[in-house]
Design a protein around this ligand. Structure first.
Ligand SMILES: [Zn+2]
Length: 153
């Protein structure tokens, strides 16, 4: 095949792409090998573009920006709530440990504790005081860990 260049090639391809049927150009295409080749390529390109086109149109940039802002805010909220979740988990573990410790240590005195609740308030208060101090230390540690990244900014 010769590498021919025809002055009507662009016009032929443009008319094909726009779906225009020009009698004179149609007659020329029958006679000109270069235009027939150009038309074949244009047709193939159009089919290829149609076959590879995405099924769904992309969302608008404004929608993507809006959605990214929402995701950003949700992530910030999740990060902000994380110390609370850690503190809650620590508190739950603390309660379980304290309860188990109380149950084991004062197993024999437990019935007495119930009978003389007012007299044994110290017995109950001491472990809870220890637990409270421990929880406060955990809260302070978590708060400091949480504040660290914001200092860098
Ligand atoms: Zn031609």
């Amino acid at each position: 095949m010769k590498n021919q260049i025809c002055e009507f090639e662009k016009a032929v391809v443009k008319d094909f792409e726009q779906g225009i049927q020009n009698e004179k150009l149609a007659f020329h295409v029958k006679e000109c090998a270069a235009c027939r080749e150009a038309l074949k390529v244009a047709s193939w390109m159009q089919n290829f573009a149609a076959a590879t086109a995405p099924k769904r149109a992309l969302p608008t940039p404004g929608f993507l920006w809006w959605k990214s802002k929402i995701i950003e805010k949700q992530e910030a909220g999740r990060r902000a709530a994380q110390p609370i979740v850690w503190t809650q988990t620590a508190a739950i573990i603390l309660v379980i440990i304290t309860t188990a410790w109380l149950a084991i240590k004062y197993q024999s005195k437990f019935s007495t504790v119930i009978e003389n609740f007012s007299a044994s308030i110290e017995l109950i208060a001491t472990p809870f005081l220890i637990a409270f101090v421990f929880a406060a230390v955990v809260c302070i540690a978590v708060a400091f860990k949480w504040r660290e990244p914001s200092r860098k900014n």
